[in-house]
Ligand binder design. Structure first.
Ligand code: G3H
Length: 541
């Protein structure tokens, strides 16, 4: 079938889907988790339509896959009260619980989460049109992240299970929780990115309110009972609904001690400003990025094109780490473009459950329209769509488009497309891509492709001071999750990784005493009789 026809017929009829796999039951979520109870909601609901349309006698229509509660300020404040009570100024059961017991709660949660894995993968796939393969990877990676977090906490705890004696003072230094943490994840990794903040915040003794992103809510529902049963009441609470309605009042209350938000810097700024005492609130933010690939004149195009495509188009380019601007040396641009378009034409596109599919619909029709807007703007200003059928759309689907030559006056040069459009900028002098990076509002990562170690070395030193990860002949990415993930300028605040996350949701605190006989006697007695969870030299094995 010609590609244009395949795009026209991309959406299946219901019986074509059901012949391939069983659709999950419609997920009408009627409850929300507050204070250890799944409370019934009787107010209005938000319908969830899958971006995977169905062909109903020649008409492509969105499909209803469920609904979730549209809570109000009152329920949000109930969640806040529950989290504040469970924390109880650091005196609650959870923040004072020995680390080993908190780990047991988390292990119980992992066990329960594993049981729900297949259900979560299916909903994730239908809710945001992520391929089955990537959805499965997201859930597996998240479970591994929780396991690694437990491992990192054991190590942290072992390192803190000792006394330091300095200048006649005996001290035990540990990391203590911050209080109530509000976690808000993004739609592109609604499970993984939400949990890379929720899990470390929890395990370090904070209490949590989490609000799933607007797209990517239903996949959390199978976990509500596991949250309820694995942790003491009020330790995990959920809110759903319109951001300004439910999140605004939480921030204005001044009772949020840490905000973990992955999304746009515009929204992050609004949220931070709503807090009456912003200096009291720790912010952990993952924001926009416009990661560039710089392809040097000597790059081995044969081998790098696959990596560039992976970097630009995995999950349709909807990754904060995606390569969003490709700088190619002008002398090799023709060869590069021909290899790039060849590679793209090999990518399988279709429905998220299709085996080995790489390009799938976007989660909302508005996102397709935004890609089209950026393409039109670039074309009007002189760029061409280089690849056959690039930018062809059908409802929520848009076929990848390679734009060339992209120039500074085009919107796509600056704006984060977050979609399957690959802008390629020819350059003559290496100063041109460097200048882009210096002037850019973003500073997450960059990829350099080339073989000459002298030239690469000359680039590394200025680039590490502009961004937070320089990738060599590899795409930009967050993983492995033990590596630090952060950014400069408008791209991030705070650093996340399995071990860094344990640090960002805590503060160092210590017990100190002058090295006197009386003090030593008191300390020994407390430890020998296990009178304190904090003051202890017990090792977790
Ligand atoms: O959207 C941002 C994600 O954290 C990217 O993660 O690079 O592993 O796909 P990834």
């Amino acid at each position: 079938m010609k590609r244009q026809d395949a795009i026209r017929n991309i959406f299946p009829a219901l019986n074509e889907i059901t012949s391939k796999f069983t659709l999950p039951k419609k997920n009408h979520q009627k409850e929300y988790l507050v204070n250890g109870e799944l409370r019934k909601w009787t107010g209005p609901f938000q319908d969830v339509l899958s971006p995977v349309y169905l062909n109903n006698n020649g008409i492509n229509e969105p499909v209803l896959i469920g609904s979730y509660p549209l809570l109000t300020e009152k329920e949000a404040m109930d969640a806040l009260d529950a989290a504040v009570r469970a924390y109880d100024h650091g005196r609650g059961k959870w923040p004072t619980m020995p680390v080993e017991q908190r780990i047991s709660c988390m292990e119980e949660f992992i066990f329960r989460m594993n049981e729900k894995k297949d259900e979560i993968v299916k909903i994730l796939m239908l809710e945001i049109a992520k391929s089955w393969q990537d959805a499965d990877k997201e859930v597996t990676r998240t479970i591994e992240y929780i396991r690694d977090t437990i491992g990192a906490l054991k190590e942290l705890d072992r390192n803190s299970s000792r006394f330091t004696i300095e200048q006649g003072i005996i001290g035990q230094i540990r990391r203590a929780p911050l209080g109530v943490v509000l976690c808000m994840g993004p739609y592109n990794y609604p499970l993984n990115e939400t949990f890379t903040t929720v899990i470390p915040a929890l395990i370090m003794g904070n209490t949590v309110i989490f609000k799933p992103p607007k797209l990517g809510v239903l996949l959390h529902e199978p976990l509500l009972e596991a949250f309820r049963d694995s942790f003491p009441p009020g330790v995990v609470n959920t809110v759903y609904g319109d951001g300004p309605t439910v999140v605004g009042p939480l921030m204005k209350s001044g009772k949020i001690d840490a905000l973990a938000f992955i999304g746009s810097s515009r929204v992050a700024d609004i949220l931070k400003k709503q807090h009456p005492k912003p200096h009291r609130m720790r912010s952990i933010l993952g924001l926009e990025a416009k990661n560039a690939a710089i392809i040097l004149k000597d790059a081995d195009l044969e081998n790098i094109v696959k990596e560039v495509v992976l970097g630009a188009l995995s999950y349709n380019g909807q990754r904060c780490t995606a390569l969003k601007l490709i700088f190619i040396h002008q002398d090799i641009s023709d060869v590069f473009l021909s290899k790039l378009t060849d590679e793209i034409s090999q990518l399988k596109f279709g429905m998220p459950w299709d085996k080995d599919v790489k390009i799938t619909p976007l989660p909302e029709i508005g996102m397709v329209n935004y890609q089209v807007e950026l393409i039109h703007d670039a074309v009007q200003k002189g760029a061409k769509i280089i690849n056959p059928d690039g930018g062809t759309k059908n409802q929520t689907f848009i076929y990848p488009a390679v734009l060339f030559p992209v120039k500074e006056n085009m919107r796509i040069f600056h704006e984060e497309q977050f979609g399957p459009v690959i802008p390629v900028v020819p350059y003559k002098n290496i100063r041109e891509p460097l200048e882009f990076i210096v002037k850019s509002d973003f500073g997450q990562q960059v990829s350099i492709f080339g073989e000459n170690e002298d030239q690469i070395a000359r680039l590394l030193d200025p680039l590490v001071n502009q961004v937070c990860r320089v990738n060599l002949n590899s795409q930009c990415q967050r993983g492995p999750d033990t590596f630090p993930f952060t950014g400069r300028k408008d791209s991030a605040e705070g650093t996340l990784s399995v071990s860094d996350a344990l640090r960002v949701f805590t503060i160092r605190t210590l017990v100190a005493a002058k090295d006197t006989e009386m003090n030593k006697k008191i300390l020994k007695k407390i430890m020998r009789e296990h009178k304190s969870s904090f003051l202890s030299t017990d090792y977790i094995l």
